[in-house]
Design a protein around this ligand. Structure first.
Ligand code: FMN
Length: 156
């Protein structure tokens, strides 16, 4: 399998940390068995110029919402808009094959709500979630989900 492409945005570093752990784990797996795909990361920020991606990707997005309960009211995205704009403005919507969300379960119903909103906006499945910097178990679980998501996209 070719490399798994993951785009992400990270404001306070948790998503970046998790993405890097995921890529390191994939490299270790690939070195043990060349069939296991590596992960190619691309961090998007306010400074990123929209561009067309060369192939399918999964987007990882943390949750930052302002006000209200984030479900019935007060849904205002903070901080993560640059990733959504990169996907939409770069003509990348149809290449987005999944969304991985992160957040903090203390936010209850708002947990991972940004990712759920991205999934709806880009008509892509919400494929996994994890809290904050994620655990080693999250790395193993989400690598598996990524492999399945890319394998199924390649088969269509
Ligand atoms: C101002 C602010 C608002 C947040 N709102 C939510 C939220 O609505 N739901 C949620 O699950 N997590 C929420 N979080 C938690 C972040 O999504 C979480 O800390 C995430 O790991 C941050 O990722 P990053 O370090 O890559 O930016 C919020 C954090 C901050 C600082």
């Amino acid at each position: 399998m070719t490399k798994i492409k993951v785009l992400y945005i990270s404001i306070s570093g948790n998503t970046r940390s998790f993405a890097q752990k995921l890529a390191e784990y994939a490299t270790t797996q690939h070195e043990k068995n060349a069939v296991e795909p590596e992960i190619e990361l691309r961090e998007v920020s306010e400074a990123t110029i929209p561009a067309k991606e060369a192939g399918p990707f999964v987007a990882m997005v943390p949750t930052y919402l302002d006000g209200g309960n984030g479900v019935d009211n007060g849904v205002k995205e903070l901080m993560t808009n640059a990733l959504g704009e990169y996907i939409a403005d770069g003509g990348n919507t149809s290449l987005c094959i999944g969304i991985i969300g992160s957040g903090n379960k203390n936010f209850n119903r708002q947990y991972c709500l940004t990712a759920k909103r991205y999934a709806a906006a880009f008509d892509a499945p919400f494929i996994a979630d994890y809290e904050l910097r994620g655990t080693d178990q999250d790395v193993v679980r989400i690598y598996d989900v990524l492999k399945k998501t890319f394998a199924s996209a390649a088969a269509h």
